[in-house]
Design a protein around this ligand. Sequence first.
Ligand code: PLP
Ligand code: COI
Length: 356
Amino acid sequence: MSQKVNIAIIKTAKSRLPETDFDNLPFGKTFSDHMFIADYSEGEWKNFQIVPYGNIEFSPAISALHYGQAFFEGIKAYKHADGKVTIFRPEKNAERFNLSAQRLCMPELPVEIFLQSLAELVDIDRDWVPAKENHTLYIRPFMFATDPYLGVTPSSSYRYMVLTGPVGPYFSKNLKVKVETHYSRACDGGFGFAKAAGNYGGSMLPALKATQEGYDQLIWTDSKEHAYIEELGAANVMFMIGGKLLTPSTRDTILKGVTRDTVLTLARKWGVEIEERRVSVEEVITAIKEGRVSDAFGVGTAATIAHIAEIGHDGELYTLPDPAQREFSNKLLYTLNEMRYGRSADEFGWNYPVGK
Ligand code: PLP
Ligand code: COI
């Protein structure tokens, strides 16, 4: 059953907006004035609140801290030229939120409450949504286990929260990426398809090693043979090879990205031939050598459309076509921005309106 809930609102006495530099917004460091909170216990969600952004207090024994019963989502809100604010496809994130919850033995949140929490929080902080091109309000819903109990069993109490903050692009440059053939992000039967906190904790050491070798990001491969491409950092990955759009099909090791679905929907509309299947490292490297790769990019909420400029594999570095000249990914970026900032028709109904 799904219904709207009453949200208790305590507004901040003093907004931090005046001291926020909107010309300098590194990803994830600036938070808006308010945050959303709800608690789960005795089998139900309760205590819905919007309060000033600030620290929270829990027992040091909460199971989220010890056993990683925690996950999150990432979504963006856009400001249109007429001041209207819309959130991009939050229904898809609501769906995935509950997939993550199921996999981690955590309670689902009714889709209606998820959407209401986002819309009301963003509306209260709508002045925090940047008006500048390529800038957005990043929305971070998350849930974690709050039982102060060290037994390795599912918690009986949980906290759901939403933070927001204005952001610029996550990547400021085209990417030099390394095909990772030792570490894995996810494994068969694991939880790579969920936005579990632990997936990201485990990715940091391989990513750090790659940056020490001069790379910006990793292309993750399958954990059994390291022969098949899965994702690019915290984004899905796509290649245009011989005029066909090629992307790994989703499976339990791959996050089913909202941006991935968005791009495939647009490509289908444009009549581009799409192949969603297992993509081997070998076929991509061979195609690069033969000059058949015209485009390669990561797709994600934070990443948007991130051009891959160079790929390192097996001691070789391969240079891809000049990102500025790429037809498909640049058309995608343009079309998506036009749509999300309300400058073209919202033909798929992807812009979820906030407030009046
Ligand atoms: N893959 C991973 C591991 C991610 O963390 C993300 C980011 O959310 C994505 C893919 C892209 O998903 P989406 O387009 O829904 O943001
Ligand atoms: C997003 O794209 O929203 C993500 O979750 C990536 C994030 C880990 C920076």
